[in-house]
Design a protein around this ligand. Structure first.
Ligand SMILES: [Zn+2]
Length: 445
C-alpha cells in the first residue's frame, strides 16, 4: 500500500514536471537542463568539486543569448535521451537479449554482469554520441570557448568510455549478488559497499584518472609560487599541493579547482589562469580554492554523495519490483535480480537525479559563496577579486537573465554578476566587524 502510494506520487510529480517543462518549451522555447544526470553519482560529485570558480560567462550579451538558446535545447535533449534510451532498451526486450548474450559468454554472475554492463555502456555511448559531440565539442567551438583539436577531444572521449567501461565491469555484479542473497535488504548492503568504492574513487581521481587527460606539473614561475606559498602559510595549510594543468592547448577560458582527499588532496590552476591573471588576481583565485580546502568542502561532498547513494538505492528497491511485475511481458524478465534489469536501475537513477540536481546545485552555490567569503577575508583585496572575475567572464559567456528552470538545473555556481557585486561590497574589517572565517586565517607574518 505504502509502496503504491509512493509510486503514484512520483508519477504525479514526474508528469507535473514534464508538463511544466514542456509547456514552457512550447510557449517561450524555455528549456531546463541537468548536469550529466545519466552518470553515476560519484561522477556527479566529482564534477561538482572540480568545476570551480567559473562555468561560462561573458560581456557579450548577443553571444551569451545565442549560447543560452542552444544550451537550453541541448539540456532538454540530454534529459529526454537519459530516459528514452533505457526505456527503449527495456520495452523492446533488447535488454533480455543482451543478458542472454552476456550469460552465454560469461557463465558466472561476475562476468555476465560485467559483460552486460560494458555492452550497455557502449550502446549508450553510441546512441548519445551526437549529443555528446555537440555538447562536448561543437558547442564550445561555435561559441569560441575551445580550440581543442577534434582528435584530442575524441581521444579524451575514448579514454572516458574505456574508464567507465572498466568501472562498470568491475562493480556491476555487486548489487546483483546482494539482490540474490537478500531481496529486501540488498540496497543497504550495496550502499555500505559503495562507501569504500566512493572513497577510493575520490582518492584515485587526481592521481590516476586526471593525468590520462591532461599534463600536471608544479607551478614553475618562482614569483607566482612564492606568492601562493605565502597564502597557504596564512591559511595554515603549508602541506597543500599546488599544481598547474596544461589547458591552454584546448581553451582560453580561465579556471582553477580543488580535488582529491587525504594524500591526494591538491589545488590545480589552469595554465590559462597563470598566464592571464596578475599576481594579485591569481592570489584571489587561489584563495577561493584554499577556501574549499580549509572548509573541507570535498569531505562534505563525499558525505552527500554517500547519502544520495543510499536514498537512490532505496528508491530503486521500492519502485523496481512493481514496475518489473507490471511490464514483465515487454521486458521479458521477471525479477530485479536478473542482470537485464540494469536499464531500469539507470532509468530510476536518472529520474531521481532530475529531482536531486536542483538541491545539489543549491548546495554547491552555497559552498561557493563560503569560498568567496573566505577568499575576500584572507586577501582583503576586493579590487583583485573584481578584476579577476571580470577577466574570467571576458574569457567565457554571460547569460543575461536565464529562466528559473534553466538556472536551478544547470547553475552549480552563483552567477558571475552576483559574485562581482558581492566582491565590491564585502569588507567587514573596514567596519571593525569580526571576520566569519577568522579562525582559519593566520594574520601574523
Ligand atoms: Zn569554487
Amino acid at each position: 500500500m505504502i509502496l503504491k502510494r509512493k509510486y503514484s506520487i512520483k508519477i504525479i510529480l514526474f508528469t507535473l514536471f514534464f508538463m511544466l517543462a514542456f509547456n514552457n518549451f512550447v510557449k517561450d522555447n524555455i528549456v531546463f537542463g541537468t548536469q550529466n544526470i545519466s552518470q553515476v553519482s560519484t561522477q556527479i560529485s566529482k564534477e561538482k568539486v572540480t568545476t570551480h570558480i567559473l562555468n561560462l560567462d561573458n560581456e557579450n550579451t548577443t553571444i551569451g543569448q545565442e549560447y543560452y538558446k542552444s544550451d537550453r535545447i541541448l539540456q532538454l535533449l540530454k534529459v529526454i535521451f537519459s530516459f528514452l534510451i533505457p526505456i527503449v532498451i527495456l520495452f523492446t526486450g533488447f535488454s533480455a537479449k543482451l543478458r542472454d548474450l552476456s550469460s552465454n559468454i560469461g557463465k558466472n554472475l561476475f562476468l555476465t554482469a560485467g559483460i552486460y554492463g560494458v555492452l550497455y555502456n557502449l550502446i549508450d555511448s553510441v546512441l548519445n554520441f551526437p549529443l555528446r559531440y555537440y555538447g562536448g565539442y561543437l558547442q564550445s567551438h561555435i561559441f569560441g570557448l575551445s580550440h581543442q583539436p577534434f582528435i584530442s577531444w575524441l581521444k579524451n572521449y575514448s579514454i572516458s568510455l574505456i574508464m567507465s567501461s572498466i568501472e562498470i565491469f568491475l562493480v556491476l555484479f555487486i548489487p546483483y549478488v546482494f539482490i540474490k542473497k537478500s531481496p529486501k535488504k540488498w540496497w543497504i548492503y550495496t550502499g555500505v559497499i559503495t562507501i569504500p568504492i566512493t572513497l577510493i574513487m575520490y582518492l584515485a581521481q587526481p592521481i590516476f584518472i586526471d593525468p590520462l587527460f591532461n599534463e600536471f606539473k608544479p607551478v614553475e614561475n618562482k614569483q607566482v609560487e612564492n606568492s601562493l606559498m605565502e597564502l597557504t602559510k596564512k591559511a595554515k595549510i603549508e602541506n597543500c599541493k599546488i599544481l598547474k594543468v596544461n589547458k591552454s592547448k584546448e581553451t582560453s577560458m580561465i579556471n582553477a579547482y580543488m580535488t582529491g582527499i587525504g594524500s591526494s588532496k591538491r589545488i590545480v590552476l589552469w595554465d590559462t589562469a597563470i598566464d592571464k591573471l596578475n599576481i594579485r588576481e591569481l592570489n584571489f583565485v587561489m584563495a577561493h580554492e584554499i577556501g574549499h580546502y580549509v572548509l573541507r568542502h570535498n569531505k562534505k561532498f563525499i558525505f552527500i554523495d554517500i547519502l544520495i547513494t543510499f536514498i537512490v538505492l532505496y528508491i530503486i528497491n521500492a519502485l523496481a519490483p512493481s514496475i518489473i511485475y507490471k511490464f514483465k511481458k515487454n521486458f521479458k524478465f521477471t525479477s530485479l535480480s536478473n542482470v537485464a534489469s540494469f536499464p531500469l536501475i539507470i532509468l530510476i537513477l536518472n529520474f531521481c537525479f532530475l529531482f536531486i540536481t536542483p538541491s545539489l546545485n543549491a548546495y554547491s552555490c552555497y559552498i561557493e559563496r563560503q569560498a568567496d567569503t573566505f577568499a575576500i577575508e584572507i586577501t582583503k583585496d576586493n579590487e583583485a577579486a573584481v578584476s579577476s572575475f571580470e577577466k574570467l567572464s571576458k574569457n567565457g559567456i554571460v547569460i543575461e537573465k536565464p529562466d528559473t528552470l534553466y538556472r536551478i538545473w544547470t547553475y552549480d555556481h552563483p552567477p558571475i554578476k552576483d559574485r562581482i557585486t558581492f566582491f565590491k561590497t564585502y569588507a567587514p574589517w573596514q567596519k571593525g566587524e569580526k571576520l566569519k572565517y577568522n579562525k582559519y586565517i593566520n594574520e601574523k607574518k
